[in-house]
Design a protein around this ligand. Sequence first.
Ligand code: AQP
Length: 328
Amino acid sequence: MSKRKRILSGIQPSGTIHIGNYFGAVENWVHLMKDYDCFFTIVDLHAITVTYDQALLPKRVWDAALDNMAAGLDPDKCTIFVQSHVPEHTELCWLLNCVTPLGELGRMTQFKEKSERERENVTAGLLNYPILQAADILIYKADAVPVGEDQAQHLEFTREVARRFNGRFGGYFPEPATLIGRGARVMGLDGDSKMSKSMGNHIGVVEAPDSIWEKLRPAKTDEARKRRTDPGDPDRCNIFSYHKLVTPDGEIKEIVAGCTGAKIGCLDCKKVFFNNLMKVLDPIRERRQALEKDPERVREALREGARKARAVARETLDGAKKLMGLLG
Ligand code: AQP
């Protein structure tokens, strides 16, 4: 029997997951569970690299577990665990720290953006974030990592870390491929930057429908379309980019014809999107409510996930330590 290829991906426990996370990554993870040996981790150690509230962190981790399981991650078909429950990640991170030139870290886009926001608290942890991420991936010898486009640079960095380690100590780590989801870069409701929890421009996957509609109603469309009677340009409309994620092809054609022919208004167009989005989110919200009533199922999934992950991680770590002259 051929061995299934392995994937690893992570999500930050920094608030409820949004449709950028879902269409950029989580939806893809759910499909990949069928064909790959999948490891998904809630990266609490990454979450503490920026200013955070320690009293809130456990709830954030719990919410991330509930959200992702509700979104379709099935603990019977994948390994889902909390990063800090597998201490081998941080040990491998140290080993990789010692083969990574300092200069490369300061050039990472995410570091530059986050250190700009965190001026008073730029920690060594924030700088080393990509090395911990490389350790998260390499410790499972993952063949591929499904992520949104924003993570492509970190993935290239991980391959570079693997190459450097392999070059110095012998071929050990595979260079993981990047698998980009169909929502490679979902824009925020502001239409200006990527959808992101910290930017507050997001639609939550388990957010109440009324609240989603209240956010959608004033959201930016084609700014050149001033009146309902003006023809619009779907390619300049952020809402149209959302339609492509949930609206069936036939309805998309109607939207395009209605918008360019000034037959439908932006509010009508948003209603169609809203209804189609709810077809995706309603079952997730319902599964989330069911999981809330069965916390032991979630706790058990995380316990078992950490147990399985640790067994794999320990073996990889020991192999790396031997190569580095740290184990006899
Ligand atoms: N807008 C997006 N479009 C497509 N994919 C996205 N991802 C995140 N935002 C988008 C992908 O979701 C996965 C998990 O994300 P994460 O929580 O680890 O990453 P993040 O980029 O930190 O998410 P946020 O919302 O931007 O968090 P904050 O604001 O707290 O930093 C990843 O695969 C990511 O590519």
